[in-house]
Design a protein around this ligand. Sequence first.
Ligand SMILES: [Zn+2]
Length: 196
Amino acid sequence: MEDIIEIEFQGVKIKKSGEYWKCPFKCHKDKRFPAPKWKTLKGFEKHLNSCPNSPSNIKIKEEKERLEEELKKKWIQKLNEFKDSIINSISYKIGDECYIIDKIVLKDVYEWARTRWVKVRHEPILHFKPLKIKIEKIDFCEPKQEPTDENLISFLLINDKYKINELIKSEEEAKKEADEKNRIYKQHLENSSLLR
Ligand SMILES: [Zn+2]
């Protein structure tokens, strides 16, 4: 039964090489290991049917990518449609100065010890402080999910970096918020050290 030396799979003729079957679809990626080979036709056929590079699976993958591409185009179109009205609806404009809360890592989990990184604590020591920024750009980010009438504003990105809900109008408000974040973080560190 095992004397079959050539098969056809999805229009591709595959010849047995010596004692083994080898996948012709270049699915083997990790060059540190030898490409797999199959002694029995049954095992080989099982691989062919699940091979990510088989003609049918490549087709499925391409179709999926095409649909995703199309969907993304639709989403971007929707964002563009509402761009002006959303930008006009927020209380910030280009040139405004405002604050965000900056997160500073005072002491990291890992520290460099002469030749290697060593884990020295369970969690980083963080400090939050207000940072003044000037708004130079207001635009939509690339949508990773579907924009709906309700979530449009969450796609806005300020200076390619900040979400609109991260902006704080006054320094005083920003200080308060930073203090609160520092307090919560300190509490969190204390609680988690109690749990250990
Ligand atoms: Zn394969």
